[in-house]
Design a protein around this ligand. Structure first.
Ligand code: ADP
Ligand code: MG
Length: 496
């Protein structure tokens, strides 16, 4: 075991379930070091705020434990924790001036003194407020009316109000979300500076990857209530654990491929030497960062392509080349012209390989009518004869086995498997067997990887498709009957 002395907060198997279908935080394990600047990063709805609220004590876990300095604080009320929170929608008191806003909590505070619990003196309060205002760079603003301050200044007052309590941990939930871009950039630098001056632990929440990469010592990437990766900004950027992280952090080219030999991978129709060792035959995802693609003459390239777009981005050009059916994005200080033929080179350390996390969709289901099956929050036509090799259906639709036995399959439990290439979607909601919303789209060079989550029981359909849809589109799921693979869930209990 790692030395835990420098751990300030530890989450052990922490979950928060709101109702049957909403698991906001799902068995999260995490250790945060004293003095660290940690960022929870992930798309909206992934469970960042819920995790933060549990650390603060505003919400309680439905499972697991939260330790502060090694002690279980799971049941401790918020005001008993040495933790303060800054929210995006900071609520300053408009009728109080800056001093009174910052001093508000201190006036209520009682501190132990000679065996008694006493209020802070006026001088003590003044000193603490002055110090907090210095940290947020607003010294001399004590008398100002808060309604006359800019958004950035108001947010700094909100931070001063939190740090005046001298917490061991400061929680910040998208604190810059309401500010414009320029103010946000300035505040990012100032927050880093405040972190340095205070020397306490900051736990920061954002959905903005750039913000996370700029500010953090450690980034915790979350999706769907679970931790996808924990690492330094450089680790997360250079060695993403999976395609979700690669896609979410920075720009990437993501390809589907397979290992074709020892340290040899094939994608975009070509073989490449690589550094990641996987078994031959393993299906993999390949991530290549745009700045790692080197452009050469068409003859010299491992891959050939034709330029289809060039966009100037200030420091570099973002160039897209079409290579067969794959689009490859390249960042370069060199410009190109649309229509130009180029060669591309990828050296082994430019190629990041990840085992494909998801190879097929699996569900528990049951046979409903004679040739239909319920699974994945829907009902689909299928071919039940595959359950009994050599069987067929009679005129009434009953299954007749090879031996001539008639079987009623209604309500029989089955295991269902559907491949990634066997699902499609339609915007005609009544066309398919199940309906849901597109919750994830990842571009993979020549196709998109989609996840559709169903409306009722939140089952996921994962599949590839060449067409571009939009996140959140409401769609129905189509699967050809012969692509639904069925096996009996309990072959021993054959029903007659
Ligand atoms: P994030 O901060 O990453 O955007 P949240 O932690 O706010 O995500 O929410 C995670 C999930 O939990 C979402 O699906 C959200 O709708 C759900 N959720 C959050 N709070 C509640 C609540 N009080 N009751 C029911 N569901 C909630
Ligand atoms: Mg949130």
């Amino acid at each position: 075991m790692e030395n835990t002395n420098d751990t300030i907060i530890e989450l052990i198997d922490v979950s928060r379930q709101f109702d049957e279908n909403t698991i906001a935080v799902d068995h999260v394990n995490l250790r945060i070091k004293k003095g660290e600047f940690v960022t929870f990063l992930g798309p909206s709805g992934c469970g960042k705020t819920t995790t933060l609220r549990m650390i603060a004590g505003f919400d309680l876990p439905t499972g697991g434990q939260i330790l502060l300095n090694g002690k279980d604080i799971s049941l401790l009320p918020p005001n008993k924790r040495p933790i303060n929170t800054v929210f995006q929608r900071y609520a300053l008191f408009p009728h109080l001036n800056v001093f009174e806003n910052v001093a508000f909590g201190l006036k209520l505070k009682r501190i132990p003194k000679e065996g008694k619990s006493v209020k802070l003196s006026k001088e003590e309060i003044s000193k603490k407020v002055r110090h907090a205002l210095e940290i947020v760079d607003l010294e001399g603003f004590e008398k100002r009316d808060v309604t006359t301050l800019s958004g950035g200044q108001q947010q700094r007052i909100a931070i001063a109000r939190a740090i005046v309590n001298e917490p061991e941990i400061l929680l910040l939930d998208e604190p810059l979300g309401a500010l414009d871009l320029k103010m946000r950039k300035e505040m990012q630098i100032e927050l880093k500076e405040m972190h340095r001056k205070l020397g306490i632990t900051f736990i920061y929440v954002t959905h903005d990857q750039e913000e996370a990469l700029t500010m953090s010592d450690t980034i915790v990437v979350m999706a769907d209530g679970t931790i996808q990766q924990i690492g330094t900004p450089v680790e997360i950027y250079n060695e993403p654990n999976n395609v979700f992280v690669a896609d979410f952090i920075g720009e990437s080219n993501i390809f589907s491929g397979a290992m074709v030999g020892k340290l040899k991978v094939k994608f975009c129709g070509k073989e490449f030497a690589c550094l990641d060792d996987f078994e031959t035959g393993q299906l993999v995802d390949i991530v290549v960062r745009p700045e790692d693609v080197k452009m050469v003459s068409p003859e010299e390239g491992q891959l050939k392509g034709k330029i289809i777009s060039v966009v100037f981005k200030g420091v570099h050009y973002e160039i897209t080349a079409l290579c067969g059916k794959n689009e490859i994005v390249i960042q370069s200080t060199q410009s190109k012209t649309v229509g130009e033929e180029i060669g591309m080179i990828l050296t082994p350390d430019d190629i990041h390989i990840m085992e494909k996390a998801f190879l097929t969709n699996k569900y528990d289901g049951y046979i409903t009518k004679k040739n239909t099956v319920c699974f994945g929050d829907g009902e689909f036509e299928c071919d039940v004869t595959q359950l009994y090799p050599g069987s067929h259906l009679d005129e009434e639709g009953y299954l007749i086995t090879k031996e001539g036995k008639k079987i009623d399959l209604t309500d029989v439990d089955v295991k269902v498997e559907v491949g990634l290439h066997d699902i499609s979607m339609s915007d005609n909601i009544d066309a398919g067997g199940a309906t849901g919303h597109i919750i994830s789209i990842i571009y993979k060079g020549d196709h998109y990887a989609y996840i559709v989550r169903t409306d009722e029981t939140e089952e996921d359909f994962v599949f590839d498709c060449e067409d571009l849809w939009n996140e959140n589109d409401h769609v129905s799921i189509l699967i050809p009957a012969d692509k639904i693979k069925l096996t009996l869930a309990r072959p021993e209990e054959e029903k007659e």
